[in-house]
Structure formats: structure tokens, C-alpha cells
Design a protein around this ligand. Structure first.
Ligand code: SAM
Length: 220
């Protein structure tokens, strides 16, 4: 009988943000495929999960996908986790999930945290309809091209951004999308959690005054 692939969401910071079902599933797995095994080990040790881990990240996708699919077809239960949040959401997982489905393997979601929905839920903006844009391109020209396509978009926009590109992205947002209201959720669920609400210009002023640290999600 074919095994099952469990797509297990893990916390985006606070280790307590994991479900009972996620821990049970991890404990019952034959193998855990993790984006960074050292990072995942901290979580597993915290919950007494003693299951072998294998790395599954963007640099070994093709070879690891083959090997994991082969274990799944032999009947193994494999849990896929990323460093934080839901696997496959701006994280490795898509390819393995796609190939598991094509190979007739059952794919079981074990839902939990995701930074995009967590930020959106406290943004104060319309959550009826929204667009998840993930990371904007690093390169300025390509980033501005993506933003120009969003000028007419009237749904709430959600972006992931890294601290060292934040100001450049905000500058481009200001010149292309205008001085809209936004919410920047920084270090959600962690010790230095900050939820900034203001306009794009106010955000530029606020985040220029000190070094930007940590993980950020922008809701606009
Ligand atoms: N799969 C993850 C999820 O479901 O949230 C997202 C992984 S993506 C590689 C990492 C990005 O998510 C970060 O660069 C940041 O934009 C956002 N992010 C992750 N954790 C966050 C947190 N605690 N607070 C704010 N944003 C976060």
C-alpha cells in the first residue's frame, strides 16, 4: 500500500503555535523532510519527536523529490515541513506535492500558521478578497514591473519582504501605487513583534530611523 505525504505547518516564531495534530503526525511519521534539518530539530526536540529527518530544500529538490517519492511508494509515512509556517507557501514543497499527486499518493494537509494569513488577519484591511504576491523580485526593474501590474488591483495585497529590501520596495510602492495605507507585521508571534499601521510614506519614515531587523509581511 502506498504511504502518505503529510504537509505539516509549523510555527512562524512562537514554538507554542503548533497543533496537537501536527505533533501527533510528526511523531507517527517514518521520515520528516525538512527545509533545514537543524532548524526543525529545535522544534522536534521541544516536543519529544524522535523521527529521522532528511533535508529537502531548493538546492536538492530534484534528487530528494525522487528519493522521497520512492519511499512513499514503498508505504512510508512522510511529513513535509519548512523552516516556518506552511510548506509550499513561498517555501519548498510544491514540487514534491505535485509529484506525489501524480504518483497516486495521498497528500494530507495538517494546517497551522502562515505569516501571510496571520498578518492579514490583524491588518484591519478588507479580508473578503485578497491577493498573495509572495516576495517581490529583488531586481529593481522587475520589481517595479510587478508593482505596475498591481496599480488597478482593488483587493488587499499581501507581500513577503526581507528587512534589507524593505525600504527599496516601499519607495517603489510609493512611486507606483501611491501613498496608500499599509500594515507591516514584523516578527509576528516573537518577542519583538511589531505591527506598524500607517501610510507608505509614514512607513518609510518609521523604518528609516533604525536598522530593520527580523521577518516582515506587508499588507497594503
Ligand atoms: N511558508 C511560510 C509561511 O507559511 O508563512 C513563509 C516562508 S517565506 C520563505 C518567509 C517569509 O515569510 C519571511 O521573509 C517573511 O516575509 C514572512 N514571515 C515568516 N515569518 C514571519 C513572522 N514571524 N513575521 C512576519 N513575517 C514572517
Amino acid at each position: 500500500m502506498a504511504g502518505k505525504l503529510f504537509v505539516v505547518a509549523t510555527p512562524i516564531g512562537n514554538l507554542k503555535d503548533i497543533t496537537f495534530r501536527a505533533i501527533e503526525t510528526l511523531k507517527a511519521s517514518d521520515l520528516i523532510a525538512a527545509e533545514d534539518t537543524r532548524q526543525t530539530k529545535i522544534l522536534l526536540d521541544n516536543y519529544g519527536v524522535n523521527v529521522p529527518c532528511t533535508s529537502y530544500h531548493k538546492f536538492n529538490l530534484a534528487q530528494k523529490t525522487r528519493s522521497i517519492i520512492s519511499q512513499l511508494t514503498q508505504g512510508k509515512a512522510v511529513s513535509l515541513v519548512s523552516d516556518a509556517g506552511t510548506p509550499g507557501i513561498s517555501d519548498p514543497g510544491e514540487e514534491l506535492i505535485k509529484q506525489a499527486i501524480e504518483s497516486g499518493i495521498e497528500v494530507v494537509p495538517i494546517p497551522g500558521a502562515s505569516a501571510a494569513l496571520t498578518a492579514l488577519s490583524v491588518s484591519g484591511f478588507s479580508t473578503k478578497r485578497f491577493v498573495f504576491e509572495g516576495f517581490l523580485p529583488h531586481e529593481g526593474k522587475r520589481r517595479r514591473r510587478v508593482l505596475r501590474k498591481l496599480v488597478e488591483e482593488d483587493r488587499t495585497l499581501v507581500f513577503y519582504e526581507s528587512p534589507h529590501r524593505l525600504l527599496r520596495s516601499l519607495d517603489d510602492m510609493l512611486s507606483i501605487l501611491g501613498d496608500r495605507k499599509l500594515c507591516i507585521a514584523r516578527e509576528l508571534t516573537k518577542k519583538f513583534e511589531e505591527i506598524f499601521r500607517g501610510t507608505v510614506k509614514e512607513a518609510i519614515f518609521h523604518f528609516s530611523s533604525k536598522e530593520v531587523l527580523g521577518e516582515l509581511t506587508i499588507v497594503l
